[in-house]
Ligand binder design. Structure first.
Ligand SMILES: [Zn+2]
Length: 66
């Protein structure tokens, strides 16, 4: 019964990859050093955030499909 709920939560946690360096943003980990607490969806990150590895803009990220 709880399986459906867990599946929905997993689906909501969309990973994003930096098209410049390949860094993958995981909402479960966030980017504490960049001021983004764990649990923050990529779409909720401020637009002035940038890749912690190469400094690319948020716009340079795209949804990552495993
Ligand atoms: Zn990057």
């Amino acid at each position: 019964m709880d399986a459906e709920t867990e599946a929905a939560e997993t689906e909501a946690a969309q990973l994003y990859i930096c098209t410049s360096c390949g860094f993958i943003y995981d909402p479960a980990e966030g980017d504490p050093d960049g001021g983004v607490p764990p649990g923050t969806e990529f779409t909720d990150i401020p637009d002035d955030w940038f890749c912690p590895v190469c400094g690319a803009r948020k716009a340079d990220f795209e949804p990552y499909e495993e």
